[in-house]
Write a protein that binds this ligand. Sequence first.
Ligand code: AMP
Length: 214
Amino acid sequence: MAKWVFLGPPGAGKGTQARRLSIERQALHLSTGDLLREGMEAGSEVGQQARSFMEAGELVPDDVILDLVFWRLGQEEKDPDVIFDGFPRTVGQAEGLDQRLMEVGDAVTRVIEFTLADDLIVNRVAGRLICRKCGANFHRDFLPPKRVGVCNQCGSAALYQRDDDRPEAVRRRLEVYHETTEPLHTYYERQGKLVQLAADDDVDVIFGRLKACL
Ligand code: AMP
């Protein structure tokens, strides 16, 4: 089964596209950011370990992330198609994933790198709204919900702005992306698995491009 990795800076639209693709292909959407936020809401140990890192826009340590991802994969009865969204984010995580997949005779299928200029990102992220209930993403200007504050997808009045979408935290997340996550470009390019996707366009246009990349 396919194992796709969605790589790219915060606010590049990985989550929106991953959610859509997971529905169309009946794939597991595995977002480490979503899992960590769920853990924080539920007050789980992993949520407590992650909170201070997330609020500061720093990365959660690799061992916490790898345990979380492997736990989530272990919840599936069959081997599904998986979209890894926002994971891996360090070379250590990528090696951990490769190792784990190799043990079960599998490998990453393809890595889609969403590209977007830094100066567009802070504005994009500052307008982002997320549904607390189903995780759907909206944007005040580019993808507004049909009714203010209400999720189009599940109908709950639970749209909110993430704490780490504040401009200071976004700037730090971008620095971290360039320092620590961008080296994955070379890591996956060497494996011949990297495809770049220009993410500066309409959601539907990007979805068309994405499908052509798979
Ligand atoms: P995201 O929702 O993907 O933007 O992630 C939000 C925050 O969760 C990040 O800024 C990190 O603090 C943390 N996080 C999510 N995924 C990872 C990961 N793979 N490795 C380390 N930290 C992560």
